[in-house]
Ligand binder design. Structure first.
Ligand SMILES: *[C@@H]1O[C@H](CO)[C@@H](O)[C@H](O)[C@H]1NC(C)=O
Ligand SMILES: *[C@@H]1O[C@H](CO)[C@@H](O)[C@H](O)[C@H]1NC(C)=O
Ligand SMILES: *[C@@H]1O[C@H](CO)[C@@H](O)[C@H](O)[C@H]1NC(C)=O
Ligand SMILES: *[C@@H]1O[C@H](CO)[C@@H](O)[C@H](O)[C@H]1NC(C)=O
Ligand SMILES: *[C@@H]1O[C@H](CO)[C@@H](O)[C@H](O)[C@H]1NC(C)=O
Ligand SMILES: *[C@@H]1O[C@H](CO)[C@@H](O)[C@H](O)[C@H]1NC(C)=O
Ligand SMILES: *[C@@H]1O[C@H](CO)[C@@H](O)[C@H](O)[C@H]1NC(C)=O
Ligand SMILES: *[C@@H]1O[C@H](CO)[C@@H](O)[C@H](O)[C@H]1NC(C)=O
Ligand SMILES: *[C@@H]1O[C@H](CO)[C@@H](O)[C@H](O)[C@H]1NC(C)=O
Length: 485
């Protein structure tokens, strides 16, 4: 087939870029696409978002058929995940592993329009300190059985089994990379995993988290995390460290070396910077971090211990904000997205897109421009308690210290909570009651820093009834507003 004329300049550019990148290896950039959201953006819109930003690798945390369906026939490389809760059954039953592989991998290889599944990730940070020994004792058995199931399905050469590890699965004395080792209690499990990975030439998946290092440790600076340190580099013998990323990476390199796997390839399965809900979580700093990271990775200069051998792939964390992520480790957890929950770029990064700018999601459908606020004319004695209740379900992380809405004074902060609950409940009238102090308004209560969002319209099944009641509501609301004047 003759390519359309417009495709030629693009092909040329790609060719030139390819030639330029030969010689020394550059890391491939992908993103994590999570769906812990009350109203996830429709998969077809997300796929378009990936395409328009030339993101060609994604990591999913499970094997959601809706997401894999959207990815079918695309040229995006995909990592599918096995949730921690499933590890126990795959450790004890090869049949269960075979059945998972059949349903969630093999199926997508048949037929013309397949999904380019590259990795199966067994568990997600099963070694995380917060999980204790809930999951990791099952991970070797589960990975072995999934590997056997893939081999049996003749996919052993196409799909690699990997085991994503948390940033706290390795550590070092005095923050010196040359003293790196795996955490004592997981060391022997880790060695078994490394053995399995190396037998199948699979890489080591790991989270690196300069943001959490900064929050948790007094022994680091913002500039060190943001790749901007110039004056004080850290010394480790003859080696000098100028940023938090290299320090963590080389700590892992030493841990791999001392476990007997000095040549193990590394993939960064999660790395990012949140933009709300905690100290240093702003779009300005996130942009600086991402620019620093991507410049560093594209420079191919590697790290002091692996100058020629940067990570083979890096998955940014994450694509979109997710309003239902677990916040036990911090209120920033719901704000990792490069894009907001509705697919709007929060800042600019260059990931290879021709325009050098991020493109926003197209065709996003919103609920009507309507908000729920506190009614000042009512008895407000219960309002604070009502808002607190709302926050136990809705997302109020923006109200926490250093959050974008922390500056709202009482009772505007209650309105924020009310609205969050109301949008999460699809603007149902009864979700703006709050014992009588809730009020539906068409006047945007947002301030310069604090955005009162409008929810996504995601329920299409009952769109007729829904559309009808919406029109009715709009009519009544307008009528009431007119009466009040
Ligand atoms: C994993 O499965 C094996 C084989 O069934 C079993 O012997 C082992 O005890 C299981 N591991 C754990 C931690 O239960
Ligand atoms: C396939 O994956 C989905 C999503 O992760 C899961 O719900 C389902 O149980 C899996 N199938 C099998 C047979 O395990
Ligand atoms: C902090 O860093 C300095 C300089 O690298 C090092 O000497 C010191 O031991 C570190 N402290 C901790 C608690 O890691
Ligand atoms: C971890 O296990 C490896 C291999 O058994 C061993 O060489 C190493 O010393 C162990 N590391 C720690 C910190 O226990
Ligand atoms: C976070 O908020 C606290 C309390 O308002 C303030 O003292 C601190 O400076 C803030 N930190 C950052 C990094 O914004
Ligand atoms: C959030 O994570 C914590 C710690 O891992 C866990 O104890 C808690 O049950 C989780 N909460 C939810 C709602 O999953
Ligand atoms: C506040 O809550 C209490 C207990 O639920 C209830 O008895 C009272 O009527 C409420 N007050 C107002 C003004 O709604
Ligand atoms: C909150 O208000 C203070 C003082 O007016 C201002 O310096 C700060 O930037 C504000 N913070 C946010 C997150 O809006
Ligand atoms: C709103 O602010 C008041 C006064 O500072 C505080 O007591 C209340 O907990 C806040 N409510 C929410 C939902 O943040």
């Amino acid at each position: 087939m003759v390519p359309p004329p417009t495709a030629r300049p693009l092909t040329m550019i790609v060719l030139v870029l390819l030639l330029a990148s030969m010689g020394s290896r550059a890391t491939a950039i992908g993103v994590n696409w999570g769906t812990s959201s009350s109203h996830p953006l429709p998969p077809a819109i997300v796929l378009q978002l990936l395409k328009s930003n030339r993101i060609s690798k994604v990591r999913l945390l499970d094997a959601d058929p809706a997401l894999l369906g959207a990815l079918s026939g695309s040229d995006v490389d995909v990592t599918v995940g096995i949730p921690n809760a499933m590890l126990r059954s795959f450790n004890s039953s090869i049949k269960a592993a075979e059945s998972w592989v059949h349903d969630n991998v093999t199926r997508y290889f048949s037929g013309g329009r397949g999904v380019r599944i590259e990795y199966v990730a067994v568990g997600d940070e099963s070694f995380l300190l917060g999980h204790d020994d809930q999951f990791y004792p099952f991970v070797v058995g589960a990975a072995t059985n999934i590997q056997a199931a893939l081999t049996k399905a003749n996919l052993g050469s196409k799909v690699k089994v990997v085991v994503p590890c948390s940033a706290d699965s390795f550590e070092s004395e005095s923050s010196l990379p040359s003293k790196g080792h795996f955490r004592i209690e997981v060391n022997s499990t880790m060695v078994q995993i490394l053995k399995l990975l190396s037998e199948h030439r699979s890489p080591f998946f790991v989270t690196i988290s300069p943001y959490q290092s900064l929050l948790q440790s007094k022994n680091t600076t913002l500039n060190f995390a943001l790749f901007k340190e110039t004056a004080q580099s850290r010394k480790d013998g003859q080696r000098k460290y100028k940023n938090s990323f290299d320090l963590s990476y080389d700590t892992l390199v030493t841990a791999l070396y001392s476990s007997g796997f000095p040549n193990m390839e590394i993939v960064i399965s999660q790395i990012g910077w949140p933009t709300d809900g905690a100290a240093y979580a702003t779009s300005i700093l996130a942009e600086e971090f991402m620019k620093g990271l991507l410049d560093h990775l594209h420079s191919k200069s590697g790290t002091p211990l692996r100058p020629q051998n940067p990570p083979i792939e890096t998955y940014l964390f994450s694509l979109l904000d997710e309003d239902q992520r677990n916040i036990s480790s911090g209120n920033f957890e719901r704000h990792w997205g490069l894009f907001t929950f509705d697919g709007q770029a929060k800042y600019q990064v260059y990931m290879g897109q021709t325009s050098k700018k991020l493109t926003n999601a197209q065709g996003v459908e919103y609920l009507p421009s309507r908000w729920c606020v506190v009614n000042n004319n009512k008895d407000m004695s219960n309002a604070t308690a009502e808002a607190l209740d709302a926050c136990s379900v809705a997302d109020c992380t923006q109200l926490s210290p250093n959050g974008s809405c922390f500056n709202l004074s009482w009772p505007a902060n209650l309105s924020y909570a009310f609205n969050s609950f109301y949008q999460q409940h699809d603007q149902r009238a009864d979700s703006c009651s709050f014992g009588g102090v809730g009020l539906i308004t068409t006047v945007d209560p947002s301030t310069v820093n604090c955005l009162f969002t409008i929810g996504l319209q995601t329920s299409h099944s009952d769109s007729f009834a829904w559309g009808f009641s919406t029109q009715l509501m709009n009519f009544l609301l307008t009528y009431i507003l007119v009466l009040l004047k």
